[in-house]
Ligand binder design. Structure first.
Ligand code: NAP
Length: 290
């Protein structure tokens, strides 16, 4: 049977987990940007299609025969434009349902750059006439591996400008599990679904969970915004990305991302994973290099 569901960003954090979840139930087409990264997601029910949202010539082939779309965009300044072009192609191609991965707070006023870009795309989908659901997850637990993991590994330290701010971090496994339900079951159309973990934690709490899981001390270093900017610049990040992330850090520090919602449990039927569990399950990725 040919796949009727397409997942964009399928080699990324959520996409790769979602491909795993969906392919247990139904054939799925994985839209892959860098073909060499596709090895990790190949499987019996998985079709691979090349998709570069910047290359219009790749859009129609990836969408051929697709009825349901999981739309996830990369972290770039032109993400809203890329998404809109792809939504136009999806409409032409006869897609009947779009589940968009957005972000918690996308509808806040005035909000932050990242949220506003997501909301722009949500509005575009609303106006497209294609039935939709929006998933709005909070910050991922996986960020502590993907972006802040190297200093945990090498020094046992997490450098962030979040003060005592608490955030209800969510495990990407819970986003993927929820997304798989929302894509394959009825009853979610027109909903904006906010997804969080089970509790709001400060970075000191997060460091405590890693200390326990790793069996060695992990310390939170509360850095100034200037130091955080300097660190990102030294890591080679561009000005747009640094500004966007500093806005996010600021609202996290102020506690605007501490809300805890019940949607993961409502939709998947199980409690969202705790940070303690996340740290235990990923401890091997944070071991010191020998
Ligand atoms: N991280 C968080 O805490 C957080 C929280 C809430 C919402 N979000 C939202 O979640 C989304 C990111 O999800 P994620 O972290 O799972 O993604 P991710 O790990 O950053 O992966 C991005 C995916 O998009 C692909 N991609 C990059 N450029 C592309 C292009 N031009 N055309 C097609 N695909 C392309 C990448 O492939 P290559 O690697 O081959 O380029 C990769 O598969 C963003 O919209 C972000 O705003 C993130």
């Amino acid at each position: 049977m040919a796949a009727k569901i397409l997942v964009t960003g399928s080699t990324g954090t959520v996409g790769s987990l979602l491909i795993k979840e969906l392919s247990k139930k139904t054939p799925v087409r994985a839209a892959v940007h860098t073909l060499s990264k596709a090895e990790g997601i190949k499987g019996p029910n998985v079709e691979i299609a090349v998709l570069d949202l910047k290359r219009k010539d790749t859009l129609d082939a990836a969408l051929k025969g697709i009825e349901r779309l999981y739309l996830l965009t990369p972290f770039t300044p032109d993400q809203a434009e890329l998404a809109k072009t792809f939504i136009d192609a999806a409409k032409r191609s006869g897609v009947r349902y779009i589940v968009k991965q957005s972000a918690m707070g996308a509808d806040s006023e005035p909000g932050i750059t990242l949220g506003r870009l997501h909301r722009q795309v949500e509005r575009y989908i609303e106006d497209s006439g294609i039935p939709y659901a929006f998933l709005r997850p909070n910050s991922f637990m996986q960020n502590f591996i993907n972006f802040f993991g190297s200093s945990i590994r090498s020094e046992g330290k997490i450098y962030l400008p979040l003060g005592q701010g608490k955030v209800s971090y969510i495990d990407a496994r819970d986003i993927a599990a929820t997304a798989a339900e929302v894509l394959t079951k009825e009853g979610f159309q027109g909903r904006a679904i906010e997804l969080t973990g089970p509790e709001a934690l400060s970075v000191a709490d997060v460091a405590g969970a890693f200390s326990e899981a790793l069996g060695r001390q992990v310390i939170y270093v509360d850095v100034t915004p200037e130091a955080a900017r300097g660190g990102m610049k030294a890591a080679g990040m561009n000005e747009w990305s640094i500004n966007a992330l500093m806005e996010l850090h600021d609202i996290n520090k102020k506690g605007y991302a501490s809300k805890v919602t019940e949607q993961v449990e409502e939709i998947t039927g199980r409690r969202p994973l705790s940070f303690r569990q996340f740290a235990l399950d990923n401890a091997r990725l944070l071991k010191k290099a020998a």
